[in-house]
Write a protein that binds this ligand. Structure first.
Ligand SMILES: [Ca+2]
Ligand SMILES: [Ca+2]
Length: 100
C-alpha cells in the first residue's frame, strides 16, 4: 500500500465517521424538536385548559346555568358550530340569552 492509497483509505474511513456524526446530529435535532413540541403542548394545555365540559352529548340546558356568561362559556368551549346542547336555538352565537 503506497502513501496515496493509505491517504484514500483514511479519507474513506473518515467519510463514514462524518456520515455517522451527521445522522446522529439529525436524530438529536429531531428528538429535541419533538421534545420541545411535546413540552409546549403540555405547557399550553396546562395554561389554557378549559374545565372539562361534556361536549359529545346533549348534556346541558339553559336551566342548568345561573347566568348567561356561564352558558356562553360552555357554548364556546364545545364549539359554536356544533351546538350539541341546543343552547343557541336561534343560531346568533349568543347562548341562553333568556338568562340575562
Ligand atoms: Ca340541551
Ligand atoms: Ca342565541
Amino acid at each position: 500500500m503506497n502513501n496515496k492509497q493509505q491517504f484514500n483509505q483514511e479519507k474513506k474511513s473518515k467519510w463514514w465517521i462524518w456520515l455517522i456524526v451527521i445522522i446522529l446530529v439529525i436524530i438529536i435535532v429531531l428528538f429535541l424538536i419533538y421534545y420541545f413540541y411535546v413540552n409546549s403542548k403540555i405547557i399550553e394545555s396546562s395554561f389554557s385548559q378549559e374545565p372539562n365540559y361534556h361536549c359529545n352529548e346533549d348534556y346541558y340546558d339553559c336551566s342548568d346555568f345561573s347566568s348567561q356568561a356561564e352558558a356562553q362559556k360552555v357554548f364556546d368551549a364545545c364549539g359554536e358550530s356544533n351546538d350539541i346542547h341546543q343552547l343557541d336555538k336561534d343560531n346568533d352565537g349568543v347562548a341562553c340569552e333568556g338568562l340575562g
